[in-house]
Design a protein around this ligand. Structure first.
Ligand code: URA
Length: 205
């Protein structure tokens, strides 16, 4: 097919899969979310980033990584010398899970069952984009990509491999940096995250 289309062996296409995902009821999170937030980026992206789930801003916009964590990720990628236009960004879980608190919606961590239900869509994204490298941003993403065997604290900064041979770079979630911005080691933590991201550019050289 044309270069701008990404289709699998049996002709499946990412936009069709996204449309199917929009009516997903594989878990209950669709009930309270505003939008399904599918991944976004070039269909031939070399690097596929996996976050946890859309946040409040992403749920409203229907697009991944448009809020504070996404802006921080963009700045750190630039510092690490990774071109944003070779990156596809998505999440382990594609509906926002939250607890209402007054007018605010507080992020709630997706559970293993929700991650497993949503792995269907992540598998489709990986199958059609065929990235050279996946980047696990935090524990939920790492669980979605590699299951229980990998640990962020132990494996951070290293390149692991999924059962089907995809290299997976392990790092933290940028929202962890946002939560610790007022701590004395904030600068160091950010520099360490940028160092992890530099491994993407090195890998692709
Ligand atoms: N955090 C995530 O994990 N994903 C997003 O899309 C936004 C924030």
């Amino acid at each position: 097919g044309p270069a701008f289309e990404t289709s699998g062996a049996d002709g499946e296409k990412l936009p069709d899969i996204e449309q199917d995902a929009e009516s997903c009821t594989r878990c209950d999170l669709y009930r309270n979310a505003t939008h399904l937030v599918f991944g976004e980026g070039p269909p031939k992206a070399k690097v596929l980033f996996v976050g946890e789930q859309p946040g409040d801003k992403e749920d409203q916009a229907g697009k991944p990584f448009v809020g504070p964590a996404g802006k921080l990720l963009d700045r750190c990628l630039e510092e690490a010398g990774v071109e944003r236009d070779i990156c596809y960004v998505t999440n382990a879980v594609k509906h926002f899970k939250f607890t209402p608190r007054g007018k605010r919606r507080i992020h709630a961590k997706p559970n293993a069952g929700e991650v497993q239900a949503c792995a269907w869509w992540l598998a489709a994204e990986l199958r059609l984009i065929k990235p050279k490298l996946a980047v696990a941003l935090g524990a939920t993403a790492l669980y979605a990509l590699l299951g229980r065997q990998a640990k962020v604290t132990r494996d951070r900064g290293t390149m692991l491999r999924s059962p089907d041979g995809l290299p997976v770079l392990v790092t933290i979630h940028p929202s962890a940096l946002l939560r610790t911005m007022d701590q004395p080691d904030a600068e160091l933590n950010r520099a360490r995250f940028v160092d992890d991201l530099k491994k993407i550019a090195e890998f692709l050289e």
